[in-house]
Design a protein around this ligand. Structure first.
Ligand code: UDX
Length: 436
């Protein structure tokens, strides 16, 4: 079946490639003609596991086409899926400018006056579907021609294609039986493999997206709260979370204590959910505390560092891991941004290293004599007084630190992800600090 997707960013491109892979005829629209040309040559603008290979496959099968032509996009299908960005404004609200411009374009170019389903796929605040209807009306669109549906995504960066192809559930908020029929057909290749398709009201689907991400963030903060308590009582937070995670009602995932969550989703989505609550006159205190605990982890790590090293003036520190999590080059809301700022503020000299995120990170900081971007792990560890492991890349987990740090005077190592083997490090003379 045919579908039009607006926005060749992260969600749009992944969705387009995956839906084409399962046999649909996908037209992917973007305003950026360079990006469109790149995609048509099977050059992916983002790094994601298996993406280039699958992109090549669906392009040669002619099931995916990218274009800047909105008229083509509107005429292509009744399913008009919006996947453009919704960045956070300085006031904490989601910026819906790009969503609105797509809605305007769809209505303006619907020359055949065909019935369309406008699908919210981008992360939007609860209630956006009613705004979309208002926008349609404001530019003279016929409300009888348009239905708004919400079909949130739950993709993890790095595993996005896998997640799209193997969803735990597909959530669709839509009201008409016409829409239900089209979505059932769209997602049949997945439901046939056992994925549950949950039809809900539109507002419920919008809420499910925010509720799911906030719940996961809350789980991480809960583990980090336990880390703080564990330190006080001499418990090991890894053992504690293992012990509670084995209860199937709790589940073992997203209980890894450490420096806290970052990335483009959790901090923004929790913040947006708190704002939604405020607008509704509700104080979502549980979520405020989730963010506070998250921020506290960074301060706790800084205190551990300053307590161990004393003044950081003239100390050289290796900071391993700049991406917000392993297997991505994404540095949005990465704890490294905060740590580098704090450490530079205290006059430390830094050796920074990340297997793939260094170019992105470099854009955030001016070159300075106290900031050295290392060419490899050994280079990062040469001549340092302390090591901070911030992102649990395999390369850092399996590194032979004893051999790599032969000349280190006192071997301070701060494991901000609780991912290293503390016993082995201690045996090799390291002074090891974890997070709980
Ligand atoms: C998340 C959701 O998982 C996904 O469903 C949603 O669509 C988008 O947001 P993503 O941001 O790609 O995906 O990363 P994820 O793997 O979920 O990790 C988020 C952050 O939490 C990372 O900074 C990670 O390091 C941290 N985290 C995760 C922990 O600190 N502890 C954990 O136990 C799990």
């Amino acid at each position: 079946m045919k579908i039009t997707i607006y926005g060749a960013g992260y969600v749009g491109l992944i969705g387009a490639v995956a839906l084409a892979k399962v046999g649909h005829d996908v037209l992917l629209l973007d305003v950026d003609s360079y990006k469109v040309a790149q995609i048509m040559q099977a050059i992916s603008p983002i790094y994601e596991e298996n993406l280039t290979q699958m992109l090549q496959e669906v392009l040669s099968a002619k099931r995916l086409h990218a274009s800047t032509d909105v008229e083509l996009g509107v005429a292509h299908s009744p399913l008009q899926m919006i996947c453009v960005g919704t960045p956070t404004n300085s006031d904490g609200n989601a910026n819906l400018t790009y969503v609105k411009s797509v809605v305007d374009a769809i209505v303006t170019h619907n020359h055949g006056k065909e019935k369309k389903i406008i699908i919210e796929k981008s992360t939007v605040p609860v209630g956006t579907h009613t705004l979309i209807l208002q926008w349609i009306e404001a530019i003279g669109g016929d409300l009888d021609l348009y239905e708004v549906a919400s079909n949130p995504e739950f993709l993890r960066e790095g595993k996005a294609l896998y997640d799209f192809m193997h969803p735990d559930r597909i959530v669709v908020g839509a009201s008409s039986s016409w829409a239900h029929g089209l979505f059932s057909e769209l997602y049949r290749p997945f439901t046939e493999q056992g994925a549950p398709l949950l039809f809900t009201q539109v507002a419920s689907a919008e809420l499910i997206k925010q509720a799911a991400n906030s719940f996961l963030a809350m789980k991480i903060s809960y583990a980090n709260m336990l880390a703080e308590v564990s330190e006080r009582v001499g418990a090991d937070v890894g053992e504690v979370t293992q012990g509670i995670g084995l209860d199937r009602r709790i589940g073992a995932q997203f209980l890894q204590a450490g420096i806290g969550f970052g990335g483009s989703c959790f901090p923004k989505d929790v913040q947006a959910f708190i704002r939604t609550g405020e607008e509704l006159g509700l104080n979502l205190g549980l979520l405020r505390e989730t963010l506070q605990i998250n921020a506290r982890q960074r301060d706790r790590l800084m205190s551990k560092i300053t307590q161990a090293l004393g003044s950081l003036h003239d100390k050289r520190i290796a900071l391993l891991g700049l991406a917000f999590k392993p297997d991505t080059d994404d540095v949005r809301e990465t704890p490294a941004l905060y740590l580098v700022r704090e450490l530079l503020g205290r006059q430390a000299s830094l050796n920074l290293y990340d297997p793939i995120a260094m170019p992105n990170f470099q854009k955030s900081f001016k070159a300075s004599p106290t900031l050295h971007y290392a060419s490899n792990l050994q280079d990062a560890l040469n001549g340092v007084d302390a090591i901070i492991m911030l992102t649990a890349w395999e390369e850092f987990i399996h590194a032979d630190y004893a051999t790599l740090t032969k000349t280190m005077p006192t071997k301070f190592i701060f494991d901000a992800r609780n991912a290293l083997d503390a016993n082995v490090l201690r045996k090799n003379g390291f002074v090891y600090y974890g997070m709980g």
